[in-house]
Design a binder for this molecule. Structure first.
Ligand code: MLT
Length: 327
């Protein structure tokens, strides 16, 4: 090939390389979108995903299908989406586990700050400290005394290493100075099934799953993890006001697309996420569960990326100091 022909072929290849994503971006979405959830169906992340999927689909003119890709504290789903085609049809909703994974896992096959395009922050959800309904302790101080006296017999469920139930449980144990046997599940959906069945004793879980169960008296509640009491559970004191000073966990969520997804597509996804989070049904439902919808500037690529960076910087040293790792 002559050098001038090589140049022409090279130029055509470059045009081709850009024209495919551009055409895809123009036609996006051309099929249903998979919204990947890193935890089991029925749990809090799944509840949030199913709530926003319909209004997101409506805004985009397609169906958004929730797919649960579970295991390894959310890292299997994060890997799946990091490696998915960059056509915007496979996206991820994940919580702050995205920020804790680099410190918790020695080997990760994705990079929270390098493998994604950022769509926007989703919801901020407080947690509740729970026990099975027939657990003997009447209040938090009884619970702490009972747990300390029976630490070898008491089990604390979570959704795996890096799950927020795991982080909340660790914080609870370190705050009261006790080490319990932890029981990992693939989400707090199945963990809750076992708490309701009495197979495990304790669970720290998000209000998106727990508010109806607390109101119906199907679980025992010892406190909320927010700085102030929740409108959804006005009679439940915070852990802080009961003496666990500074105990605060609020679970933030974000939506991600694979790195290299064209900007035209991510912009459409961001707009759809904003529409979903201002949908009156979603706003009402989230209010009933005391979950906060972020301000519009946070439902943006920059809003999510900046928050993620800050959260990685915050959690890394805490986790390394605690010496908790997955092999
Ligand atoms: C967690 O503990 O990380 C979540 O509750 C997981 C879930 O959505 O099941």
């Amino acid at each position: 090939m002559t050098s001038s022909l090589k140049l022409v072929v090279g130029a055509l290849a470059v045009v081709g390389a850009f024209s495919v994503p551009h055409a895809q971006a123009q036609n996006f979405p051309s099929k249903p979108i998979a919204l990947v959830v890193p935890f089991a169906a029925g749990g809090p992340t799944d509840v949030v995903a199913r709530m926003i999927s319909a209004p997101m689909g409506k805004a985009l003119g397609t169906t958004v299908v929730v797919e649960n890709t579970v295991g390894a504290g959310g890292t299997i789903a994060s890997t799946r989406v990091a490696k998915a085609p960059t056509d915007g049809h496979t996206i991820l909703i994940h919580h702050m586990g995205m920020a804790t994974a680099p410190a918790l896992y020695r080997k990760l096959s994705f990079d929270p700050l390098g493998s994604y395009e950022y769509i926007g922050q989703a919801l901020d959800v407080p947690m509740t400290m729970l026990a099975r309904k027939d657990f003997p302790s009447a209040n938090l101080s009884d619970l702490i005394n009972h747990v300390k006296a029976n630490k070898d017999k008491i089990t604390l469920a979570n959704a795996g290493l890096g799950a927020v139930s795991h982080l909340c449980g660790m914080l609870f144990m370190s705050t009261i100075g006790v080490d319990l046997t932890t029981v990992p599940y693939k989400g707090t959906g199945p963990a809750m099934t076992d708490l309701l069945g009495g197979q495990v004793d304790l669970l720290c879980d998000q209000t998106t799953q727990t508010v109806p169960l607390i109101r119906d008296g199907r679980v025992k509640v010892y406190g909320v993890t927010s700085a102030r009491r929740l409108s959804a559970l006005p009679n439940v004191p915070t852990l802080d006001e009961q003496g666990l000073k500074g105990f605060e966990v609020k679970v933030w969520h974000g939506v991600y697309a694979p790195k290299g997804t064209p900007r035209e597509i991510t912009e459409k996804l961001t707009l759809a996420l904003r529409e979903a989070l201002t949908d009156p049904v979603v706003v009402q439902k989230m209010g009933e569960l005391s979950s906060d919808i972020p301000s519009p500037d946070k439902i943006s690529p920059e809003g999510l990326r900046t928050h993620l960076e800050a959260e990685i910087a915050k959690w890394g040293p805490v986790i390394r100091k605690a010496g908790v790792y997955a092999d």
